[in-house]
Design a protein around this ligand. Sequence first.
Ligand code: CAA
Length: 269
Amino acid sequence: MGHGIVQVLLRHGYSVALSDASESFLAKGRGRIEKGLARDVEKSRLTAEQRDEALARLTTSTSLDSVAAADFIIEAITENFDAKASVWRELDARAKPGVIFASNTSSISITRLAAVTRRPAQFLGLHFFNPVPVMKLVEIVPGLETLPDTVDRSEKLALSLEKTPVRVNDFPGFISNRVLMPMINEAIYAVMEGVAEPQAVDAVMKLGMNHPMGPLELADFIGLDVCLDIMKVLYEGFHDSKYRPCPLLEKMVAAGRLGRKTGRGFYSY
Ligand code: CAA
């Protein structure tokens, strides 16, 4: 999601220092950002000059030192507590005082992530939705120690990006994934139990419920690995069997059928 977040920040006048684990990830990210901004020019949301000026405000680096000067740091790495905690420890050691720490986590406890840093009062969840340039929502998730000023400044940032911030408390999956993921998981159970083919499950939800994408198409879009990670966070967080990940979801992830990003999930791409 990082490239979508960067595209939106650049489009709204911010300077962005983008950091990723390798030069090839950075090149891929930059390519997607350029493509997204080119689309903005095509659709007359930006002029070609504004696009060039926006791209000139983007710097990339594999070193986290590059974000040391930032006023606001948004982390959007893989949905895994240990990986996120390790990046946040490094960022905490480098970032300047007064900075806001925001995680784009879709389900992991903000309070727990904040506690690995020395500044939990400046830490919160800032949860964007895919495709970031299109979706209006940003979930704003204060942890137990987050100060109101941190929340206010983050809401202002979201509004400046023409997003609608919605404040929710720090519980597993927040609101979005506490409601969305059990629906996707149940749709996968329906396929596993032979109730209907994926196309039929999706057709029911699109035509009967007016969802823009059916749950299985959406699962492929989000990434089946991400869906499984989120189900695990819900299951482990609530200790309630109603959140148990569907065995078919686990099997597809084990087989590397992760959805659009690997060319195959419930559908082929
Ligand atoms: N990246 C960027 N922009 C995209 C895009 C993508 N992957 N896919 C579509 N768009 C843009 C298109 O360019 C188009 O914009 P403009 O024409 O204004 O430039 C606009 O979206 C509409 O696209 P289309 O007309 O081609 O297609 P559509 O009307 O079918 O809409 C959709 C596509 C917006 C993706 C729609 O199908 C949709 O809303 N799907 C549901 C998405 C959703 O539920 N997202 C949340 C996922 S959960 C999550 O992200 C968080 C989490 O924690 C797991």
